[in-house]
Write a protein that binds this ligand. Structure first.
Ligand SMILES: CC(C)(COP(=O)(O)OP(=O)(O)OC[C@H]1O[C@@H](n2cnc3c(N)ncnc32)[C@H](O)[C@@H]1OP(=O)(O)O)[C@@H](O)C(=O)NCCC(=O)NCCS
Length: 214
């Protein structure tokens, strides 16, 4: 099996939509409607979502959606150091053959090439093992994630974060560039954020070159 991963083509849109609606409980969008999804894919260069499709020879074998331009950290750097993996899915009859891992690695590579230093995602329980094997740090159920690069004394934020939700209850993240490592922390709601650690991490990150726009 030779897996190729590239930016999705027009012929991938229908199988991506089918797989998306089969694989995920969609809660905050309208993708149950194919035309809304297709519109989103075709406009994606303008709206910041990148659709990657996997092919095994010419056969569609899965997809991932990557969002390189998180706005976190705007106040400390022109663009964030974080990008996000929004979706990854492989058709049921092709699972367990490394396509999911290849898609996640391609998403990491794409973000690194776009100047991002770290990737994050919200996971459901089933994929924790896979992400951990790929070197991601995985938070516990229903924890918040803290991004040190959003810390600003000026606006009184301690760190940006939000809780993982009931459907995809675990935050996961990975630092992408060994020469410019990035850290985040997850913690249960109501716990005091580790401010000293966040500040030290932010200070270290502030020595990195500003990120360019994607
Ligand atoms: C998660 C998913 C993308 C993995 O794709 P894949 O091509 O099977 O992944 P790989 O072959 O690279 O790795 C298989 C690993 O995925 C994990 N996995 C999660 N759900 C799985 C499933 N339904 N079938 C097989 N493996 C699954 C297994 O832990 C397996 O780990 P192992 O190899 O150590 O046993 C795929 O199972 C899928 O599309 N699931 C539905 C959508 C989804 O849950 N996406 C992730 C949301 S956070």
């Amino acid at each position: 099996m030779v897996i190729g991963i590239d930016v999705a083509m027009r012929s991938d849109v229908r199988p991506m939509w089918r797989l998306l609606t089969e694989s995920f409980v969609l809660w905050n969008n309208n993708f149950a409607d194919y035309s809304v999804f297709a519109e989103r894919v075709f406009r994606s260069p303008g709206n910041g979502w990148i659709f990657l499709a996997a092919h095994d020879d010419d056969q569609f074998a899965g997809f991932a959606v990557v969002k390189p331009n998180q706005n976190l950290g705007r106040e400390t750097m022109p663009e964030s150091i974080w990008g996000e993996l929004l979706y990854v899915a492989v058709p049921a009859d092709r699972r367990g053959q490394g396509v999911g891992a290849a898609l996640i690695s391609a998403a990491e590579q794409l973000l690194l090439e776009s100047g991002r230093l770290a990737i994050m995602a919200c996971l459901d329980g089933g994929s924790v093992k896979l992400y951990a094997r790929l070197g991601w740090a995985v938070g516990d159920h229903n924890e918040w994630i803290l991004f040190p690069d959003y810390y600003t004394g000026r606006h009184g934020h301690q760190a940006w974060g939000h809780p993982a939700d009931a459907l995809y209850p675990r935050w996961a993240w990975k630092s992408l560039d060994p020469h410019r490592p990035v850290k985040a922390w997850t913690m249960p709601a109501g716990q005091k954020p580790p401010l000293a650690k966040l500040k030290a991490e932010l200070l270290r990150q502030s020595t990195y070159q500003p990120m360019g726009p994607v």
